[in-house]
Design a protein around this ligand. Structure first.
Ligand SMILES: NC(=O)c1ccc[n+]([C@@H]2O[C@H](COP(=O)([O-])OP(=O)(O)OC[C@H]3O[C@@H](n4cnc5c(N)ncnc54)[C@H](O)[C@@H]3O)[C@@H](O)[C@H]2O)c1
Ligand SMILES: N[C@@H](CCO)C(=O)O
Ligand code: NA
Length: 429
């Protein structure tokens, strides 16, 4: 039997694990695909740094490798926008099916890449790009293709979840928890993509595109990271039976001019009874709410070489089977074409903690600012008295712009000595 030949682009954390698993599982892969699956070449930047790869497979000419006549399938695990995009496009144009783990690229340019794949009649699969090992994109794309998904909410970044979990467990501040995550190898040398929410925003865009059959890019996602989450925020959350998580929230929102899609990534307090609150350490979990299916939860390892390689290999088997069958799978559709809704119009709830002077009328003054901006208060609690009084307010749902304007106004109220904690709240009834 003629083997199917695979070009592997990149041999780092994920690529190294893919290479090893393809060799270890050769017999099973042959049986599952119907033809042997063989690595044809491995493109790297520095061949001298890869003693684990048979020398005859190594090349620095990634473009030459993906366009080679004997290559059938391409696995891109380089990451970043370029040269990954050009290499994937060249592979597609040369008639190769592609498996990628690259959320940044798919979230920026998914539409063009899918169009190229459809035109060439090849597959483009990327299960590993969101929530690592967890089967999530295929369920959205295939298993739930007959249902109407209303909402996808998840913890999709392991590094930030580890940091927030440690802050909750130890009372540590953000910098201390980040230092620990770096030391343990969870956070990268430059943790910006994780900490500032770029990684989660890219994943949110991919999830929303598939869930709502619309073209959502990273630029459509409202993004806030966790660098401003303080030990006080985490302590305040605990006081109201909540914990702080970085959430990616994708919603289909009704409106007077039709439905739209709201996608946001931000830290939020969620009740400790919420299933996502129990997701600790570097794990990921995603909730999907669909009309007929109801609530579904996906949980597992969202990062790491082997878990991510598991998802890459699953895609590799899928595209290889299609190749053996002489077909390409159906690509995702964007027929619904729902517009992205700005965060300002998106309804959210807030938890606000204020240091106030405990003088007659302070509560009324604070309440007036909420009322003036048409933000309804759900609960108010006062702790302490005299100079050290704290007001803790949880609002009902209101447009984000109204909540932001309320906070800005409160900062100008003389009796408000400081706004000590402002966080969104999700999942409270
Ligand atoms: N590591 C994870 O846990 C994880 C999880 C999910 C998705 N991903 C995604 O998988 C991809 C790879 O991640 P990683 O953690 O393996 O990264 P990595 O940095 O460990 O590996 C990338 C490799 O690609 C090589 N490379 C860069 N430019 C190249 C080029 N032009 N030609 C050939 N090789 C080149 C680098 O030298 C490096 O060895 C990224 O898109 C990442 O977002 C990673
Ligand atoms: N840096 C990412 C890797 C997985 O995409 C995370 O921490 O979740
Ligand atoms: Na996945």
């Amino acid at each position: 039997m003629n083997p199917l030949k695979v070009a592997l682009l990149g041999c780092g954390t994920v690529g190294g694990a893919v290479l090893r698993l393809v060799a270890e599982q050769a017999a099973d892969l042959t049986a599952r695909v119907g033809r042997p699956v063989e690595i044809a070449g491995v493109a790297v930047r520095r061949p001298d740094r890869h003693p684990e790869v048979p020398a005859h497979l190594l090349t620095t000419d990634a473009l030459g490798l993906v366009t080679r006549d004997d290559v059938d399938l391409v696995v891109e695990v380089i990451g970043g926008i370029e040269p990954a995009r050009s290499l994937i496009l060249a592979a597609i144009e040369a008639g190769k099916s592609v498996v990628s783990a690259n959320k940044a690229l798919l979230a920026e340019d998914g539409v063009a890449l899918h169009a190229a794949a459809a035109k060439a009649g090849v597959d483009l699969y990327y299960e590993a790009s969101v929530a690592g090992a967890i089967p999530l994109l295929r369920p959205l794309r295939e298993s739930l293709a007959g249902d109407q998904i209303r909402r996808v909410v998840g913890i999709v970044n392991g590094t930030t979840n580890y940091i927030l979990s440690r802050m909750a467990e130890t009372g540590a501040g953000f910098s201390e928890a980040l230092a620990e995550a770096t030391e343990l190898g969870y956070a990268e040398a430059d943790p910006t993509a994780d900490v500032d929410g770029f990684d989660a925003a890219a994943k949110g865009a991919i999830l929303a595109s598939l869930a709502f059959h619309s073209a959502v890019t990273a630029a459509d996602v409202h993004r806030e990271g966790i660098a401003s989450v303080t030990a006080t925020d985490v302590a305040r959350a605990a006081e109201i039976g909540c914990t702080v998580k970085l959430l990616a929230i994708c919603e289909r929102v009704p409106g007077e001019e039709g439905e739209s899609v709201a996608v946001r990534v931000h830290p939020a307090m969620i009740p400790t009874s919420h299933p996502l609150a129990a997701v600790g350490g570097a794990f990921n979990a995603v909730f999907v709410e669909a009309e007929a299916a109801g609530q579904l939860m996906f949980y597992g390892q969202g990062a790491g070489g082997e878990p991510t390689a598991s998802a890459v290999l699953g895609d590799l088997v899928a595209v290889a089977r299609n190749r053996v069958a002489g077909a390409a799978g159906a690509g995702p559709s964007a027929y619904a074409d729902l517009p992205a809704r700005p965060i300002a119009e998106t309804p959210t709830r807030y938890h606000v903690s204020l240091d106030v002077a405990d003088v007659p009328g302070v509560l009324a003054t604070v309440a007036t600012e909420f009322a003036r901006h048409e933000v309804s208060i759900a609960t108010v609690r006062q702790d302490g008295h005299g100079d050290a009084a704290t007001l803790v307010i949880v609002t009902h749902s209101a447009p984000d712009a109204a909540l932001s304007a309320t906070i800005a106004a409160l900062r100008e109220v003389p009796a408000v000595r400081g706004v000590t904690s402002v966080l969104r709240v999700e999942g409270l009834s």
